[in-house]
Design a protein around this ligand. Sequence first.
Ligand SMILES: [Zn+2]
Length: 286
Amino acid sequence: MTRPVWGIPIVFLLFSCVPAENRRRAAAGIFGGSTAQARPAQADGLAGEGAELVFPDTVRRVLSRALIPGDLSRQVMGAAAEGPQFILDLLACLEGDPYLRRLVDKGHALPEGYEPEDLVELTGGKSYRISRRGLMLRRSAADALENMAAAVRAEGAVLTAASSYRSYQYQVEVYARTVASDGQEEADRVSARPGYSQHQTGLVLDFGPIDNSFAATPGGRWMRDNAARFGWSLSFPDGYETVTGYVWESWHYRYVGPELAAFIDTYFEGIQQYALQFIHEWENTP
Ligand SMILES: [Zn+2]
């Protein structure tokens, strides 16, 4: 069955409003191949049939390379085929700071020696507590934390920042300590190898208490229901150990920005790992 050519002319008009690099990738995503190849296809798409199936095919290929499970893939395919909203939402996620969307997991390390340049120390201030001095986050995450904590506070709960940026060297020590006390296998379930920790991005915060009793606290419940509005996303949800590589960590949130947080919730059932795998493949599929 052939779908109607949904909004492709509209999408191309909107492309003129986004930076060239993202436009190139999105165009390549819609029409396959490089922009050079995309141009004739664009003409075909506007002129008649033929191009409308290329975009869903690209999404299908990326979903498959990103190892997104069947049911979820079908939902994303449905959304992508329905209209231009999916591609527009995806484009919004591809804007700006690439570290917000960077896949950092057991198979994907940060660049060697990566150290964020805009770390600031968390002060707590009026809105949230800090469990110790010296906690650092990148500026964007620290500002977003401030806004979110004020909203939590207004509803009568108080968040505690308990662990944040960890340098490569610090992760060397944490990982070695966990291996020494619990053995290699257990260490890999609960701790990241150096270079592979989301904490090294400077965009991740562990809220206290750092155990799953956090989920039942007023702050923990509030975070579960509202964090995405402020750009924060739960990294390791309950029941997804085989997907994320980590046991449930109800306290570990990553700042991904409001656009990506909404994308994760809207299209990937709130599972950050799936959305990041999808975006990683989208940006790296030739
Ligand atoms: Zn953590």
